[in-house]
Design a protein around this ligand. Sequence first.
Ligand SMILES: [Zn+2]
Length: 338
Amino acid sequence: MDAPAIYRDSLVWDDHCGFEMLPDAPLAPLLKPWREAGVDYLSINVGYDVKAWTRTIENIAALRRRLPTEAPFCRLVSTVSEIDQARADGKLAVTFDIEGMDALAGRTDMVQLYYDLGVRHMLFAYNRNNLAGSGCHDEDTGLTDFGRQVIVEMNRVGMVVDCSHSGFKTTMAAMEISADPVVFSHSNPKALVDHGRNITDEQIKACAATGGVIGINGVNLFLGEEVPSPSNVARHAAYIAELTGPEHVGLSLDFAPKEEDTEDDASGNQESSDVSGSIARNPHYWPPGTGYEKGVSYLDIRRLPDIATELATVGFRKSEIAGILGGNFRRIAEQVWK
Ligand SMILES: [Zn+2]
């Protein structure tokens, strides 16, 4: 099978990146790796519960204002047909996602606002409990009434409900309630690697039952190897496909470029797009003993073509590889976005 040709001919979709967006971040060096990888669509993470929710607004403002001039190889899109058009024009289509409902400041009204600004999926709680539900590294108290109201509003607005980073009970309730397909944008199977961020077979099957997709994460801790490899991403994809069928598998490598590749000054600013500093300063969100303290490493997004090859090696057919590379997440967007 000609995996490089399949890669070239497929829509390539990365549903989540792992750098910490900052309003003054130099955008071109931050996003160039996705262009170099031949990715057609990227969801940029614009905020998470670790930072004040107003930072999410600042990040969206910065991206909307500066992306067209500073990273003209990208194009902000709002529909699936605009993604297809961007691909035809040789542009990297971009929308946003949010990790944690602290960003709503307690108001369901905010869902429509974020959608109008380009946010297409949002998860409940970033590792720790919040107003909407439980995080995966906290006491599993479940979905709150506010979390339930948000799901109803997300369904109305057309924003995809994302269960990554959230506690088991919260996710099972969310998948029960949502009228639309639900995703785990970037979560790996716990049966292969027993880490709190990974998800059980029961969660994987419940996600598929909604019609949803699970995106394979490229972070070393969740793949269970020191240096993340394309073959291991394919192994995790094959495990989920075995449980659910290949149409419920996608890719979300959670990649963050190395700090030295994105720094543009020596201002001494403590903030950077490298999450390792945030991990060290915020043990509440990344509890000691869960592996983060040893440092995380990412599978470089530029190795995405190698993943296509490895997917062929583990036995996926051409149409199945195209689905995993992007067709499956595209289907969710077509069903849910309005
Ligand atoms: Zn994440």
